[in-house]
Design a protein. Structure first.
Length: 177
């Protein structure tokens, strides 16, 4: 494996953020390509100071997410082919942000706890029960794999405002190049 690289992150409303990811083929252990992708996605997430990143956001349309909700930024969680087994009927509304929608934070309602099944980075099947920030983060990242960005839970008016804000930021960035 070559050293980890920082990957470019797609920004909303890039249409590639709406592609639906395919399962990672993990029949006989995990391929070097996936190991490299995991290393690159972790490096990219830490570099951007995010708490989660889905492969969709780096334009790889396979079911893989990385998360680290620890204060110390030293507890990476790799979820390959994650599936929700159970989501609590109790919901909580909290402000979310996303590396693909920089500078935007808004309220989204999520289940307070979830139980999921996924493969880890060694290809082993695990079940995880999560609540609090981790539960929210898992649901947010799994949405990305389905081609859904959190702003799609907001009102059409808010989405329009966010799109023009993103377009303005893009024009300003282009002007600086
Ligand atoms: Ni996101």
């Amino acid at each position: 494996m070559t050293s980890a690289q920082i990957l470019p992150i797609l920004t909303y409303p890039d249409p590639r953020l709406h592609k639906v990811a395919k399962p990672v083929a993990a029949a006989a252990g995990l391929e070097p390509r996936i190991q490299q992708l995991v290393a690159d996605m972790l490096a990219t997430m830490y570099d951007a100071q995010g708490i989660g990143l889905a492969a969709t956001q780096v334009d790889v349309h396979e079911r893989l997410i990385v998360i680290d909700v620890s204060e110390e930024r030293n507890a990476p969680l790799v979820l390959i082919n994650p599936e929700i087994l159970w989501a609590s009927p109790e919901k909580v509304k909290g402000d979310e942000g996303c590396l693909s929608v920089p500078g935007v934070y808004d309220g989204v309602e999520r289940s307070t706890s979830v139980r999921i099944k996924a493969l880890d980075d060694k290809g082993a099947s695990r079940e995880i029960e999560a609540d609090g920030l981790l539960a929210v983060c898992i649901q947010h990242e799994m949405d990305h794999l389905m081609g859904k960005v959190f702003v799609e839970y907001l009102s059409p008016l808010k989405r329009t405002r966010i799109k023009s804000k993103m377009a303005k930021a893009e024009r300003e960035a282009a002007g600086q190049r």
